[in-house]
Design a protein around this ligand. Structure first.
Ligand code: G1P
Length: 278
């Protein structure tokens, strides 16, 4: 198996019910943050990590992404170096299915997954840090963020033990999707960024009978059986800024963060924030 990460799956087919009515007329990943849609930031995160091929997983309702990519390919030379693939997720069966439908482009290589509603920012490009950690440990690795205990029920939550490789790297011993604060094994939650190996696809495949019973296929459930039957998974406690753009407050925080850093708008925006007593 290759060690270098060149491919990334970018699922953007989510319905965005938590941020309605923003998603009444546009997909969640097309919501604008300052002057670009969320998906643009995610693609730039991937490009900064040296990704060469991006597989977008879209819903059949959303043709906007193809138009957006063609537009950007004319504007941005860095985007022109990327191979873009677009795969349709026919039914909204969950994020495990979104990854599985992109499998034909993955072949036998480790790959990155970046959910189209999470944004990360740091002095060093976050996904570059993640890929170099993968090169060291050579096992699946997830990005983790600590959140106040009352918020854990929005995310996948991990049980960890020290890995002894690096201060912020843990070995994951269990993972639970959206537990109540009482049942959560920690307050370390999974951010929508993962480096996975092709073996995870076999674990996702095993979940399809549960989808027949009307349940969504969560990547978390495949990671759980991977931990039990296949091998080790690590977590990287990310200390930079993370925005959950699947929530209204996350979108608002991202606007403030990127707005106060935007080369064209930061000066005027900060002046305005002062004027309104912030
Ligand atoms: C998904 C994952 C969850 C993860 C989250 C990060 O949940 O299932 O484990 O913590 O992304 O954003 P969703 O946002 O699709 O509900």
């Amino acid at each position: 198996m290759k060690n270098k990460i060149t491919k990334a799956i970018l699922p953007v087919a989510g319905l965005g019910t938590r941020v309605m009515p923003l998603t009444l007329h546009q997909p969640k990943a097309m919501i604008g943050i300052v002057d670009r849609p969320v998906v643009h930031y995610v693609i730039d995160e991937m490009i900064s990590a040296g990704i060469k091929e991006i597989i977008l997983v879209i819903s059949p309702r959303h043709s906007e992404f193809k138009k957006y990519i063609s537009y950007l390919l004319r504007q941005d030379p860095a985007w022109r170096k990327i191979i873009f693939r677009v795969v349709t997720q026919k039914t909204p069966l969950g994020n495990g299915d979104a990854i599985f439908v992109a499998r034909r482009f993955i072949k036998n290589e480790p790959f990155l997954v970046g959910f189209g509603d999470d944004l990360l920012a740091d002095i060093n490009p976050p996904l570059k840090q993640l890929t170099s950690l993968f090169h060291k440990i050579k096992a699946p690795i997830l990005v983790l963020e600590s959140v106040p205990k009352k918020l854990v029920s929005r995310y996948g939550v991990v049980k960890i033990k020290k890995a002894g490789v690096h201060r912020d790297i843990y070995q994951i011993t269990d993972i639970i999707e959206k537990p109540s604060p009482e049942k959560a094994p920690s307050n370390l939650t999974v951010v929508g960024r993962y480096i996975l190996t092709p073996k995870i696809l076999e674990e996702i495949k095993k979940l399809y009978p549960t989808a027949k019973r009307g349940k969504e296929l969560y990547l978390t459930d495949a990671l759980k059986t991977y931990l039990r039957d296949v091998g080790k998974i690590y977590g990287w406690h990310f200390r930079g800024a993370r925005f959950d753009c699947g929530s209204k407050i996350g979108i608002l925080k991202a606007q403030a963060y990127f707005g106060t850093r935007h080369p064209e708008f930061k000066k005027e925006f900060k002046k305005y924030l002062k004027k309104i007593n912030i």
